[in-house]
Design a protein around this ligand. Sequence first.
Ligand code: MN
Length: 227
Amino acid sequence: MGDYAFPPPPVVALATTSGRPFPVRRIFCVGQNYSEHAREMGGDPDADPPFFFTKPADAIASGAVIPYPPATFDFQHEVELVVAFGGGGRDIEPGRVDELIFGYAVGLDMTRRDLQAAAKKKGRPWDMSKGFDFSAPCGAITPKAETGPLAKGAIECKVNGQTRQRGDLSDMIWKVPEIVRFLSALVEIKAGDLIFTGTPAGVSPVFKGDDIEATIAGLRPLTIRIG
Ligand code: MN
């Protein structure tokens, strides 16, 4: 080992408010986890257990500017609470989830909505509408030791100073312990994994030059410009 065909890619890492960076392993995302957003997407908030999709770890964007992506005319923001894991396991009981959480951050599940709508219509996968380059801007992680378990608090997204999304973490259909119970029944969660926990209503398109400010009470805000 060590003599690779080419240099291996660098570890993707997120800043933390406590010092040492957090190495990212995988990114899981929950779909339609706030009732009003589920309705605006044409879903039924009461219908099903949570469903998941993924983004590659190197979709993380922690710079101040992300490029407007190719192949879309409808590039949309989704502000989300991000849960970062310092431990993991399979079939995790809700009562054990808190001890496995390293911390929380503000994230944006950036979406090529036109590609997603086309994929939904044909029953095709969402990868190219959700998991493209720079599709996962994420702010610094605040350790759980500083926040406690985050179950309520304002979550908001402004574009050029105007509020587009506003909700409360307590409005989640599936709370974090339940999300982890379902996800860990599908895959073994490991340290370094992130879960984007869904977005409140009000998703809308952004354009080159727009400034996005995503905030969650108690966490470091995330601000990015579309370049
Ligand atoms: Mn989302």
